[in-house]
Ligand binder design. Structure first.
Ligand code: 13P
Ligand code: SF4
Length: 426
């Protein structure tokens, strides 16, 4: 059963509904209900306590025909538009995308693979990105200028990416430069190397490009940190504190050398000596989906299923990663399940659409999500087949809707940081 079907059955209290609930009754509402709100909103669910910044992109009203069309009609229209467009369009889908949308994707992958896929589909005139805003920006920067990257719902953002903005990172950088200066040490290492997680705005990737820094994803974070330590005395890692902490800890960096920088506090809420002693300065950002996973859920899974293999995403808090058997990117999780002996049992700590899809794809295993409550990535969930039909039919009519373009002044330095990442072998 798809996550969307489960949510609908739960909300209607119908027979066959999963016994557990959802993290918000608003999940059962159509995404266009949130497009109509006067203030930007991350939508229902995991991110509901995060306030969306005023500059968050907004989606205008989806035309009524797409809001009211039954699922079968949207299906027919999407397939007909895809057929008419042929190879001129490619649809990319992230592993967390809902089944009702991801089934139309020509390629499904993690954020690193999707970034690469965008560079490899040079014949497509349009790339429809069924992921979130930062992924579409990256695809725009890595594709050719002739290609249009389209995000079907502009409100499909990422609350974690929004936790670090260019102004607060620049302010932090200025303070660090005041403290450490900008001269390399005797072995040529810079005082600080900025590293941004892929889940960040193009502006922050550009910042890294301009300041000798680099981008990482959850599948190459250790190799990227290695790259940064070769070139710097310490790293400023944003926006995800958990990926930074989990990766650096696994590389042997002591916790006391990883202070947190909270942009809402003076000197980030830390002090001069701690910063001088630091190896990794962690930004105060997190993913609201992965923050839900707990050590208690792992203990329960082990009590209920002796021998269970617990794999979590490195965006989970450190105690959860430490308690799990393994941690890795979405593609790592998929490969681990694919390589397991039939009859294995997996408890997974990542987004529910991906976990349920893996459970359906690998019926020879028992696969379940550590969090019993259904709570998808609320922003990715804003992409509904109605928006996909709308942008595809727009292309058939010669109209490019919801194009994501990164200005050259930002894209050029951002590509420097992205290409540094693509050159690092995980
Ligand atoms: P991956 O890089 O593993 O695809 O994860 C992206 C993401 O947004 C996780 O929350
Ligand atoms: Fe952002 Fe978390 Fe959604 Fe990933 S799962 S896109 S980090 S909000």
């Amino acid at each position: 059963m798809s996550v969307t079907t489960a949510i609908q059955l739960i909300s209607r209290g119908e027979a066959g509904a999963p016994a557990v609930g959802t993290c918000s009754p608003n999940l059962a509402r159509d995404p266009w209900a949130f497009d109509a709100l006067p203030l930007p909103d991350y939508g229902p669910g995991a991110s509901m306590h995060d306030a969306a910044p005023p500059a968050t992109p907004r989606q205008g009203e989806l035309p009524e025909a797409y809001r009211t069309a039954p699922a079968e009609e949207l299906d027919r229209r999407i397939l007909a538009a895809k057929e008419a467009l042929g190879d001129s369009v490619v649809i990319l889908g992230h592993f967390y995308q809902r089944d009702e949308v991801v089934k139309y994707a020509d390629f499904v992958g993690d954020s690193y693979q999707l970034a690469r896929a965008a560079t490899e589909r040079s014949s497509a005139e349009a790339i429809i990105f069924c992921g979130v805003h930062f992924m579409a920006e990256t695809a725009d920067m890595l594709s050719t200028p002739q290609q249009a990257v389209i995000l079907p719902n502009l409100a499909a953002g990422c609350s974690m990416a929004d936790m670090a903005d260019i102004d607060s990172v620049s302010e932090c950088w200025d303070q660090l430069t005041e403290l450490f200066g900008s001269e390399p040490d005797a072995s040529g290492r810079q005082p600080v190397i900025p590293v941004t997680y892929m889940n960040s705005s193009a502006a922050l990737k550009g910042f890294c490009g301009e300041h000798g820094g680099i981008v990482c994803t959850s599948s190459n974070a250790a190799a990227v940190l290695e790259w940064a330590f070769e070139r710097g005395q310490r790293v400023l890692f944003f926006p995800d504190q958990h990926l930074g902490r989990n990766t650096a800890k696994a590389m042997g960096v002591p916790l006391e050398q990883m202070p947190m920088w909270n942009p809402r506090k003076a000197w980030g809420g830390t002090d001069e000596q701690t910063l001088r002693d630091s190896r990794v300065i962690l930004w105060h950002g997190f993913c609201s989906v992965h923050k839900r996973f707990t050590v208690e859920q792992i203990e329960k899974a082990r009590a209920d299923f002796p021998g269970v293999r617990v794999i979590v995403h490195p965006e989970c808090p450190m105690p959860v990663v430490d308690a799990a058997d393994e941690s890795g990117s979405t593609d790592y999780i998929r490969k681990a399940i694919d390589a397991a002996a039939p009859g294995s049992t997996f408890a997974i700590g990542t987004e529910i659409n991906m976990v349920n899809r893996l459970a359906a794809q690998y019926p020879e295993h028992t696969i379940f999500c550590l969090d019993p409550v259904i709570c998808p990535c609320s922003t990715m969930y804003r992409i509904h087949p109605g928006y996909l039909a709308w942008v595809l039919e727009g292309l058939v009519e010669g109209r490019v809707l919801n194009r994501i373009t990164v200005p050259d002044s930002v894209a050029e330095p951002a590509r420097v940081a992205l290409n540094r990442m693509l050159a690092v072998q995980p």
